[in-house]
Ligand binder design. Structure first.
Ligand code: ATP
Ligand code: MG
Length: 399
């Protein structure tokens, strides 16, 4: 068993000592069987959230209505979820009722795919009533039970199937794929936030191109924000070498392929419920990318962009141009590293200094003067030392 599981064995033992059942479940067991890196170790138990909270001293209620309690144990955190079933209402309507149960098999039965419905006890024995291990061996994504029923219960599972194609390079089993093709429109009922989480993972998978192809083949794009009727532009993504791009770079490339006008980028990303910080970063990357198509960046551009942003923009530039060498990346890094300051806060002068030196009260003049100083430092015509800056100001009479 891998270290992460071994570290969690005492957590399971504590639950068992209190008279409950507890198992490793979900993605961690799947990834262990695949010999892949494990994200987080999830535990399922017959104890109710209240009972879990009585057993462990440090807990956080992260999703108590779904039966999930976060347990902090020896500097690690574990999501412990009570065995549950999901009673569905008709018409795919929310909220769903969740009921806690004491039976592991029923808990495994409510899970989406056979590969995700395997439990493992603390000794490493598998409890696998839906032949998940076989699915993993055959590299197939197959729903637990009838695919059409499972997708009608929760349409997000269709998007999860495509996300797993991207991450695991498995194929979707025929009945599951047919149900997906027939029911993909039900994704209209799903909250964008949930779609976003899956899409982020999909964009980052090793097999991301096949996943994008599958989105097109199943017409899933028609039910994703801003992507309906964009088949031709989405296909453009497939022409590029995508494998090394980060999530943020993938989003930026997507926006680039969609040929959105700069005023429309924010709206598109807001429709996806992207956090504002990410929106701003993607806008910046695209701004510097645009500029790069016109000319090389100056050292001032690199400074203004910041390293993170210009590196992403350059990576995208090379991908779009089909350039394999990384020479320009190294060159830009070298220029950047040679900059006398990387950030406004590194200037050896403050607004207070200026007020004192010129014996004037605050006002817009401070900002203007600081900008002049900043530009002189970056141009190399002024050394970033308080004394030098003061002399330079008095000599040039910059007040
Ligand atoms: P990852 O490695 O990305 O965390 P994961 O399989 O653990 O993959 P999670 O979203 O963390 O995915 O979900 C944990 C487990 O909960 C899944 O393995 C699956 O058993 C179950 N699950 C998650 N979402 C659903 C869903 N929409 N329907 C049914 N079961 C689900
Ligand atoms: Mg997980």
């Amino acid at each position: 068993m891998k270290e992460q599981f071994l570290a969690a064995v005492p957590v399971i033992e504590k639950l068992e000592a209190a008279g409950f059942e507890a198992y490793f479940v979900g993605g961690a067991v799947r990834d262990l069987l695949l010999n892949k890196e494990i994200n987080d170790v999830d535990i399922a138990t017959s104890a109710t959230p209240e009972e879990v909270k009585q057993i462990f001293s440090k807990t956080v209620d992260v999703g108590i209505e779904h039966g999930t309690v976060l347990v902090l144990y020896q500097n690690q955190s574990y999501e412990i979820t009570t065995f549950r079933t999901e009673a569905e209402y008709e018409d795919f309507r929310r909220p769903k009722a969740v009921s806690f149960i004491r039976n592991l098999k029923e808990d495994l039965q409510r899970r989406d795919f056979t590969m995700n419905a395997i439990a493992m006890d603390k000794d490493g024995n598998l409890i696998d009533p839906f032949k998940g291990e076989l699915s993993i061996k055959n590299q197939v994504i197959q729903t637990v039970g009838k695919a059409a029923d499972r997708f009608q219960e929760d349409a997000l599972r269709m998007m999860r199937a495509v996300r797993f194609v991207s991450q695991l390079s498995f194929r979707i089993e025929d009945e599951t794929l047919n149900a997906l093709i027939n029911l993909v429109h039900l994704l209209d009922n799903i909250a964008v936030e949930r779609k976003h989480t899956e899409f982020d993972k999909l964009l980052l998978g090793d097999n991301r191109k096949q996943a994008i192809q599958l989105i097109l083949k199943t017409n899933m794009n028609s039910y994703l924000p801003g992507l309906s009727n964009q088949e031709a532009r989405l296909k453009l993504m497939l022409e590029y070498k995508l494998d090394r791009l980060t999530t943020r770079e993938m989003w930026a490339l997507l926006v680039f392929c969609l040929e959105l006008k700069s005023k429309d980028i924010e709206g598109f990303l807001r429709d996806w419920r992207s956090p504002i910080k990410e929106i701003r970063e993607i806008q910046l990357i695209l701004h510097y990318l645009d500029k790069r198509f016109e000319e090389s960046w100056s050292s001032y551009d690199l400074y203004m962009a910041t390293k993170d942003i210009f590196l992403s923009a350059e990576v995208l530039y090379l991908v779009i141009k089909g350039i394999e060498t990384k020479d320009t990346i190294y060159q830009y890094i070298q220029v950047y590293e040679g900059l006398p300051i990387k950030n406004r806060s590194e200037m050896d002068v403050t607004g207070n200094d200026l007020m004192e030196w010129f014996n004037k009260s605050g006002g817009p003049w401070i900002k203007e003067l600081l900008l002049k100083i900043e530009q002189a430092i970056l141009a190399g015509s002024l050394i970033n030392q308080k004394k030098m800056i003061k002399e330079w100001l008095l000599k040039c009479n910059h007040n």
